[in-house]
Design a binder for this molecule. Structure first.
Ligand code: PFF
Length: 440
């Protein structure tokens, strides 16, 4: 199997590096601007419990399935299936994932660009006053050239990290940036809960209200769990292909999911109490991060500094996610077209840049890319993947990979549980998500 590649393949050098890279992929804009709002309006702790259950019962097994395929083959998302199922059509999954990752990156980097713009404005103390935040947001997002420039800048930063490879690029930066990210979110959360009136924000976020839990909210929780775990489009598979055989992939995946959930909760505590303390009402997505929070920063004593920390945090969270997205087409180009890494990065960067420009210029394209990936490509990719691992691969091979050839100290039932969740529960749940996307 190792003969799929000529020469030395790059790899992660340490367990901590692998974990930080995966956590970097998982923690992103989704945790910061979607999770806190979703939790708040959908019944607080009631929603959070459902979300956490999905992360660990559905998404964690799917993450492990990506690990099994990626690490067993040590190949890109296309090549992995040629290695594990030679001569079959399963490699088509690779094409879907390369397309999906590139399309997600296209709209994700537009928001990354806005974030970079806000960070620059915060650094030069040029964020708007409370009554002008909406006008400022319009300027950042719709004025000619400005959003395109910042989107390009964001993609240049992403590609810059990838130029230097896995060990000396992704791993090196993740190991530095992710711990900083946790420290920053904790600082902001402490400041936020210490404000007078913070209690109603905590209540909004955590007070359980099971009457708000409907079929739609359950599906929202599931969609958020999927997007947040970065599964279904080959990012985990690609990172896993650079992980060595000694790594304990069960504990790495578990810790990734756990860190992701913990970060989302702390992000909620960093944001909502401050919003409520100033008598504002929370919104979802761009509105929350780019118009509501700047009002908070304007009124908060020392808010200028908190604004810098906040947009820095958001930029880092977005960057480490976009890095994992761009690596999917890059590894594919390197291995399937035998390109030098730098050339592959340049090509993938250019393609994504062109798509990102369209997303930046036309809101309809942005929304189309978002719904195409969230409602179709991600679930289809995940479904094919779990069918491959649960039904096409031999159970013994799956277990061999999960257990590092039986050298890990876990009991039998754990492997069986993971396998059966993958084989039966995950496909059913994904089909439900797909149908929901089709019907709504
Ligand atoms: N998990 C990231 C977030 O929550 O913002 C987004 C993401 C990154 C989705 C990488 C998919 C992916 F492959």
């Amino acid at each position: 199997m190792a003969s799929y590649h000529a020469g030395n393949r790059d790899s992660f050098a340490s367990s901590f590096g692998v974990l930080m890279a995966l956590v970097g992929s998982a923690i992103g804009l989704g945790n910061l601007w979607r999770f806190p709002y979703l939790a708040g309006v959908n019944g607080g702790a009631a929603f959070i419990i459902i979300y956490i259950a999905f992360v660990f019962i559905i998404c964690l097994p799917i993450m492990l399935a990506e690990f099994v395929v990626g690490r067993r083959s040590h190949a890109n998302t296309y090549g992995a299936f040629s290695v594990l199922a030679p001569g079959s059509r399963w490699s088509m999954i690779g094409i879907i994932t390369v397309a999906a990752a590139s399309i997600i990156l296209a709209f994700y980097s537009v928001v990354g660009g806005w974030t970079a713009d806000y960070l620059v404005s915060a650094l030069i103390f040029n964020l708007p006053e409370s009554n002008a935040t909406s006008a400022f947001f319009r300027e950042v997002t719709t004025s000619p050239v400005r959003p395109q420039l910042f989107t390009a800048l964001f993609l240049v930063l992403t590609a810059g990290v990838l130029m230097t490879g896995i060990k000396n690029g992704i791993e090196k930066y993740s190991k530095i940036l992710m711990p900083i990210l946790f420290i920053v979110v904790i600082i902001i959360a402490v400041r936020s809960v210490s404000l007078p009136g913070a209690g109603s924000g905590i209540e909004f976020l955590f007070k359980p209200d099971f009457s708000k839990v409907t079929g739609t909210t359950i599906l929202e929780a599931l969609g958020q769990a999927f997007f947040s775990s970065s599964i279904g489009i080959g990012t985990i598979l690609t990172y896993a292909s650079y992980v060595n055989k000694q790594e304990n992939i069960i504990s790495t995946s578990f810790l990734t999911s756990l860190s992701n959930v913990i970060f989302a909760l702390i992000a909620g505590v960093a944001i909502m109490p401050a919003v409520f303390a100033f008598g504002l009402s929370p919104e979802e997505g761009p509105g929350l991060a780019f118009t509501t929070l700047p009002q908070v920063f304007d009124q908060l004593p020392g808010g200028g500094l908190i604004a810098i920390l906040f947009f820095f945090m958001m930029l880092v969270a977005a960057l480490t996610s976009s890095i994992s997205l761009l690596e999917v087409p890059v590894t594919y180009l390197v291995e399937e077209f035998k390109l030098p890494r730098k050339a592959a990065v340049a090509i993938a960067f250019t393609l994504c840049l062109v798509m990102a420009m369209f997303c930046s210029l036309y809101e309809a394209v942005f929304n189309f890319c978002d719904s195409l990936t969230a409602n179709y490509l991600m679930p289809i990719g995940a479904l094919l993947l779990v069918i491959f691992v649960g039904w096409r691969m031999k159970k013994a091979d799956v277990e061999d990979e999960l257990s590092n050839s039986c050298s890990l100290p876990y009991p039998r039932w754990l492997y069986d549980t993971i396998y059966y969740l993958l084989r039966y529960l995950a496909p059913v749940v994904i089909v439900v998500v797909l149908l929901y996307g089709l019907l709504s």
